[in-house]
Design a protein around this ligand. Structure first.
Ligand SMILES: [Fe+2]
Length: 204
């Protein structure tokens, strides 16, 4: 029952922080989402590290560096994910590499190639962005609500492996791995879904 509270807090932040954040961010679409989560993360110049989660069985090493993971001919809902990589002192982390993998919209992982997988690098302000398709749920005998797997690596900081979730998914409550602090802020716009999540890495 904690998830609805988190969502509600985020909505309040969106409303309160929206106008002022518009001019302050360089993000091209829905910049207030990143700003809202930033406001939550950084208190007095400090941030809690992002929670770790299991990598699971489907990670493949060697995913290509690219910012569009979509597959020609695969139907699904476009999902742009963006945000910032920070350290626990709320400083942007440039040059962090995010390795992303996920199920396809029907809940199936491609384990023979790199469909819906890729690596992106954060820019000088720690910002990253990638375009993919919203993953489907999966599980037999257990439930995996829709999620993205992400591994973040940056020089001098501890590697982080975690998973990102979607708000207002019915299956969140049935997934034993789901954590409300790993929810993306999601905005549905003309170009599909836009998700925001800011990662916080602790020192190595
Ligand atoms: Fe998974």
């Amino acid at each position: 029952m904690r998830a609805p509270d988190v969502n509600l807090n985020r909505r309040r932040l969106l409303i309160r922080g929206g106008i002022g954040a518009l001019g302050a961010s360089a993000l091209p679409l829905a910049p207030w989402l990143a700003a809202a989560q930033q406001e939550e993360l950084c208190v007095n110049g400090k941030a809690e590290r992002t929670a770790k989660q299991t990598a699971g069985p489907f990670h493949l090493s060697g995913a290509p560096l690219r910012d569009d993971f979509r597959v020609d001919g695969m139907h699904g809902e476009d999902l742009t994910v963006r945000g910032q990589v920070l350290d626990v002192a709320c400083r942007p982390v440039a040059g962090a590499v995010l390795d992303v993998w996920q199920a396809d919209p029907t809940g199936v992982y491609d384990t023979k190639s790199f469909q819906l997988r890729g690596k992106v690098e954060s820019d000088a302000e720690g910002r990253y962005q990638f375009l993919t398709l919203k993953p489907g749920a999966y599980g037999s005998g257990f439930v995996r609500t829709p999620h993205l797997h992400v591994r973040v690596q940056a020089a001098g900081l501890r590697e982080l492996t975690t998973q990102l979730y979607f708000p207002e998914e019915e299956l969140n409550a049935q997934d034993a791995l789901f954590r409300p602090d790993l929810l993306m802020s999601i905005y549905k716009g003309y170009a599909g879904l836009s998700g925001t999540f800011n990662f916080v890495l602790e020192p190595a």
